[in-house]
Design a protein around this ligand. Structure first.
Ligand code: CUA
Length: 338
């Protein structure tokens, strides 16, 4: 079959693939839809390098095609074109142009790289957040506010958020595509970065370093709020929880079974996600819809939903000690953690 025919046969397949790729654009998970100054500047660098590359490709191919056509052997013409090997002028031209292009690329790249890794920890106006990556969840501590949360980072919009990122176990990487990044989280090494959100919205975050069985499920969210809503959230996190009568049985079961790992107070980081404010989060375990059914199946057998995580199964059928009614009581209690 001729190459041309093969191409036409492949065309519908390429069209379908293009159509499928258009489904990949989640505006809350795209470095191409920046929602903060850091992400905007990083997008500018991406575009700059892309345009320079396109320019180089076009110029090189134009010269290539011109030379192919202009100097091809013609019937009756046995002459050899003028040889340019060792031409100083040409060598200087094709050395200087790339140097200039690299300078155009290097100056903004180096300056933004230093700017984006600037340590804002001493800045009084910045909100400080310590990020600790765990297999396979994220802990967010606000040392100046005395609160800690997990899986959903809450930030005020238009404020610089100064991050210290570390890992509790293996190497992970912290990335919020809409806001900028990313940075590795390594055990024993503290990395810093800052981000800022221009918009009130919830953005997606991802772990971008292969870190184990559930690497692909190690998601988190970033809720950017107005100043007033952020302050209200902080106040709510600090306020003591009130457990309604119908959730007291669940609270007791929670204390017996879950509290050795999970904190439910404002400042409690721990070996498992702090569940204070749990009921207000958008997702469960970073990946599931926040519904009572999903919470129950998570407690029943977390390994089925996020393989390799550290939480044991509590459901009787999965080898745990809680029956469905007891799990339901705990779910009722967890839903009061607003
Ligand atoms: Cu954590 Cu990948």
């Amino acid at each position: 079959m001729s190459q041309v025919k093969k191409f036409w046969r492949l065309l519908p397949l390429l069209a379908v693939m293009t159509l499928m790729l258009t489904g990949c654009g989640d505006p809350t998970l795209s470095a191409l839809v920046p929602k903060g100054p850091v992400a905007s500047e990083q997008l500018f660098l991406m575009k700059l390098s892309l345009f320079i590359m396109i320019f180089v490709v076009i110029v090189v191919f134009a010269i290539y095609v011109y030379v192919l056509v202009r100097f091809r052997k013609r019937k009756g013409d046995e002459s050899i074109p003028k040889q340019v090997e060792g031409s100083h002028v040409l060598e200087i031209i094709w050395t200087v142009i790339p140097i200039l292009l690299l300078l155009v690329l290097a100056v903004p790249t180096v300056s933004y790289t230093f700017k984006h890794s600037e340590n804002y920890n001493k800045n009084k106006d910045a909100i400080h957040v310590k990020v600790t990556a765990h297999q396979f969840w994220w802990q967010f501590e606000y040392p100046d506010l005395g609160i800690a949360t997990a899986q959903q980072l809450v930030i005020p919009k238009d404020k610089i958020i100064a991050f210290d990122v570390v890992s509790a176990d293996v190497s992970h990487a912290f990335w919020v595509p809409s806001l900028g990044g990313k940075v590795d989280t390594n055990p024993g090494i503290r990395n810093t970065l800052y981000l800022q959100a221009d918009e009130i919205a919830t953005f997606q975050g991802r772990c971008t370093e292969l870190c184990g069985a559930s690497h692909a499920l190690m998601n988190f969210t970033v809720a950017a709020k107005s100043d007033a809503d952020f302050n209200a959230w902080v106040a709510k996190m600090k306020a003591p929880s009130v457990v309604p009568a119908n959730a007291q049985k669940g609270e007791e079961l929670f204390k017996e079974n879950c509290m050795s790992c999970h904190a439910v107070n404002a400042a409690g980081p721990g070996v498992a996600p702090n569940l204070k404010g749990f009921a207000d989060r958008d997702t469960l375990a970073g990946i599931l819809e926040h519904t009572p059914e999903n919470i129950a199946s998570w407690i029943h057998n977390p390994q089925e939903l996020k393989p390799g995580n550290k939480m044991p199964a509590f459901g009787k059928e999965a080898g745990g000690k809680l029956d469905d009614a007891q799990i339901k009581e705990i779910v009722t209690y967890l839903q009061t953690l607003k």
